[in-house]
Design a protein around this ligand. Structure first.
Ligand code: PRP
Ligand code: ZN
Length: 300
């Protein structure tokens, strides 16, 4: 049985010198959260229906919760930290500190209407009914834009509301957009962008602050590595200076002479985002035999 009562959890797990992290028990965030934790060396022993799991390699304990509940658990200090969507934090109305944006589970919160509507702009929603699981964020947006609409709060399957005559529009998470398409809807306004974030309880003691620092250090190393590639190439010596300017690496590239006179081998790190652009330019400068290798962890 899952005991979802905050006080009962706190009675059992108080006073332990472990960092308690609240994570989503199933859904869009949970797989990537567990993957990040495992790559950071803090894998937890998950199991079907588990509410609490421990980690054998780090003083950490995970609470598996519904994502909507995570902000409140962290705010109350039952969990020390939590991984949750930015949208969930905003919807909770709690003023939680975000220690790190985690770069996964990116999505947007958007207004959508039936695809056959000739959408005139936001004024469309005046006097209309909008179904959503995010009434707080929606209300703030509508108020800001002086739109008077009726907000219908429903907890799931928001996208079917227009089809069954419950609403004229919806406000929901859009990621790939396929849910909208398969329900005959189209996105008309993007209200906020969101991704997974790490939130911190307002009342952490020094032991837990130190543990959090250690954990964040590891998460950052994993994230940084994912955004970077190790690159090896051969280059004519007279072009080395120009090539180094394009791939300066972490401190500076490693240069080793080749057995052929006038040529060197260069090792560096390149950012994923400007990867192809950089490759094109170093090729133009005469680089040859370019090898690109994934990096597992990166400590700068
Ligand atoms: C969200 C949202 C849509 C879907 C959108 O649901 O409510 O149903 O994702 O994703 P797509 O654009 O990639 O199709 P989620 O999976 O988070 O479940 P929930 O609504 O039950 O929380
Ligand atoms: Zn949800």
């Amino acid at each position: 049985m899952l005991v979802q009562d905050r006080n009962s959890i706190s009675l059992h797990y108080f006073n332990m010198n472990k960092l308690r992290i609240a994570i989503q028990k199933s859904g869009r965030l949970s797989d990537e959260t567990l993957k990040l934790m495992s790559e950071a060396g803090v894998a937890v022993n998950t199991g079907q229906g588990k509410l609490v799991a421990s980690c054998s390699s780090f003083p950490l304990e995970a609470l598996f919760l519904r994502d909507d509940d995570i902000p409140a658990y962290v705010n109350d200090g039952v969990a020390d930290i939590g991984i949750v969507g930015e949208n969930g934090v905003k919807e909770s109305g709690l003023n939680l500190r975000i220690a790190e944006k985690l770069g996964f589970s990116s999505c947007r919160l958007s207004l959508a209407v039936p695809k056959n509507i000739d959408y005139p702009g936001l004024s469309y929603f005046n006097g209309k009914r909008i179904a959503t699981s995010y009434p707080v964020i929606l209300k703030e947006f509508l108020t800001k834009h002086k739109i008077t609409a009726e907000i219908h709060s429903i907890s799931g399957s928001v996208e079917i509301a227009p089809g069954i005559g419950l609403a004229e529009g919806i406000f929901d998470i859009v990621s790939s957009g396929s849910t909208l398409i398969s329900n005959g809807l189209k996105e008309v306004e993007t209200v906020m962008r969101s991704e997974a974030v790490l939130v911190v309880s307002p009342a952490l003691d020094n032991i837990r602050i130190a543990l959090l620092d250690k954990l964040l250090f590891r998460f950052r190393a994993v994230q940084k590595a994912q955004n970077s590639k190790y690159i090896l190439l051969n280059a004519p010596d007279d072009k080395l200076k120009d090539i180094i300017a394009l791939i300066p690496g972490m401190k500076s590239p490693t240069i080793m002479p080749l057995a052929i006179k006038g040529w060197s081998s260069l090792h560096s790190v390149v950012n994923e985002n400007d990867f192809w652009e950089v490759i094109d330019r170093i090729k133009e400068l005469g680089a040859q035999g370019i090898l690109v290798i994934p990096i597992e962890k990166m400590i700068v």
